[in-house]
Design a binder for this molecule. Sequence first.
Ligand code: PGA
Length: 243
Amino acid sequence: MQSHPLIVANWKMNTTLADAIVAFEAIKIGLEPIDDVKVVICPPFLWLTILAEKNQNHPIRHLSVGAQNVSQFEKGAYTGEVSASMLKNIVEYAIVGHSERVTHFFEKPEDTNQKIKLLLKNKITPIVCVGEKFKNKNSLQLVLQTVVKIFKGISQKQIASSVIAYEPVWAISSNPSAQPATGDYVEKVAHTLALNFNTKIIYGGSVNAKNIREFTICEHISGALVGNASLSAKEFLQIIKKA
Ligand code: PGA
């Protein structure tokens, strides 16, 4: 890993507003003495502006908020959706294509592609999740094919300003039979992705304070996307320190 690690917290549909503020403040204080890292907190949509404001007085520049999703449509009659232009100036990053969106909301690589284009248009960095459902000999090929579809029509320069989060679905903690991937396995996939796409690659899937180093020591992995373990500010700060 070359540059400062990028550590992203994906709080998913968890936290009350009070929990979110307490955790965010604790992370902010914990980050004051550490500046060789970039930390992005992705809370539920409703808490975004509130947490972004918490970082406005005495801002910690290496801390920002990100969205967990964005609409694939630009604007208009799409009940319940949040557009990229609404997120502009509030978030620096947005997660797209997460496997939970694929499983529960049937999102396709084409939807992710539209989302990336709208995010880039609004100067928000997409964190593009990809990962195979099952581990087998075709996994790597499948991941590559999906990334090609997801980045269709997007220039090399724009791809370079995005982040790929390699998240094998079998390793995500919400999967009942989840097992974290090994550093060697993730490095192999990240290396292949790096040969094909000039972009930052981070790993996600049951990352915690005990295993984070296994991933961040890998040459082609530049950080982590952390779900469950990011809900505890204490554990998340340990992950950041170890990264
Ligand atoms: P996990 O989630 O760290 O709880 O496995 C990661 C993710 O789903 O992004």
